[in-house]
Design a protein around this ligand. Structure first.
Ligand code: PLP
Ligand code: COI
Length: 341
């Protein structure tokens, strides 16, 4: 298979339309068998549930070319599981994780020419999503849905690659206590648009959101979980019911414990203790691990000792081990790598 003529190494995190995407429709209580289609457009009634009441959820995962030339996806079963949880919370029908993995496999395989080559620094970003399609005017769940997956080759999420980020403590909340912060609902991202535009206008790369109940604890950013490194080389990551359970973060906790022999704690992290950490990183599918150099809290600067020029040493080890596993250079724990072809 011949790869597309794309300047892989200079890709940003954007949308490039590929040839085929997957669609399955839910009607009269059942999903149809699903198919690949060349049509990238979705035509909806003006009163569709997704348009009126934002009944939409999504996932994000990546496919990689390994050093021995296979195309693989990283832990797609966990994305399928999380999407099942998101669907339940928004009263949407569950698209089973088994069918989810099968559909991911079909889409990636059908677009193999768009999977960036090994060593290019780019990856194939896979975007599964589901939304209510029939007309809904009273506030209630739709009765008909589409589950779709498209994919697009991407480069780094943050401009400048591994350059340490400067982030600010937001005055806005990304989630309510007992709300939808722990699922991947489009509405969580709609609410983050104003805060992120404001943060960018003020020269910051991202927002640090505090816990909505007390506004004293670190939650996450708009699109990634936090990992902190203590001065004695341990890993600390915030525990909260209102953050998205990141698959990257859960994988890194395992890598830290089992591959790097580090102490790992998942616990509440107060904003006040952040000044005592040695390193900070944002972790997620899109972010991988992006180092944070500075956190600004209403004019007070918290400068991480790892500095503003490169990743700290522990973050670097975590990054190298995780990407090594994803690209086949380091042996993966059982079940983490789903071989597509
Ligand atoms: N937190 C938020 C709000 C996200 O949107 C994402 C991205 O999916 C993550 C964390 C990271 O999750 P994952 O590692 O599963 O991609
Ligand atoms: C991902 O990392 O997959 C996400 O969905 C984050 C998003 C902000 C791009």
């Amino acid at each position: 298979m011949e790869k597309k003529n794309i300047d892989w190494s200079n890709l940003g995190f954007g949308y490039i339309q590929t040839e085929l995407r997957y669609v399955s429709c839910y009607k009269e209580g059942a999903w149809d068998e699903g198919t690949l289609t060349g049509d990238a457009n979705v035509v909806l009634n003006e009163c569709a549930g997704v348009l009126q009441y934002a009944q939409t959820i999504f996932e994000g995962l990546k496919a990689y070319t390994t050093d021995d030339g296979h195309i693989v996806a990283f832990r797609p079963d966990l994305n399928g599981e999380r999407m099942e949880a998101s669907a339940r919370r928004l009263e949407m029908p569950v698209f089973s994780k088994e069918r989810f993995v099968d559909a991911v496999t079909k889409v990636v395989s059908a677009n193999a020419a768009y999977v960036p080559p090994y060593g290019s620094g780019a990856t194939l970003y896979i975007r599964p999503y589901m939304f209510g399609v029939n007309s809904v005017i009273g506030v209630k769940p739709a009765e008909e849905y589409q589950f779709r997956i498209f994919c697009t080759p991407v480069g780094p999420y943050f401009k400048g690659g591994a350059r340490p980020l400067t982030i600010c403590v937001s005055d806005f909340d990304r989630a309510a206590p007992h709300g939808t912060g722990n699922i991947k609902a489009g509405l969580n991202y709609a609410m983050s648009l104003h805060p992120i535009v404001k943060a960018h206008r003020e020269g910051f790369d991202e927002n640090l959101y505090l816990d909505p109940g007390t506004r004293t604890k670190v939650e996450e950013t708009g699109g990634a979980n936090f990992l902190f490194v203590t001065k004695d080389g341990g890993i600390v990551t915030p525990k909260s019911d209102s953050i998205l359970p990141s698959i990257t973060r859960r994988s890194l906790m395992h890598v830290a414990r089992e591959y790097l022999n580090l102490k790992v704690e998942e616990r509440e992290v107060y904003l006040e203790e952040v000044k005592d950490f040695a390193e900070c990183g944002l972790c997620g599918t899109a972010a991988v691990i992006s180092p944070v150099g500075k956190i600004v809290d209403h004019g007070r600067e918290i400068c991480l000792p790892s500095g503003m020029t490169e990743m700290g040493p522990v973050t670097r080890k975590l990054y190298d081990t995780l990407t090594g596993i994803q690209m086949g250079r380091i042996e993966a724990p059982r079940g983490w790598i789903h071989v597509i072809e």
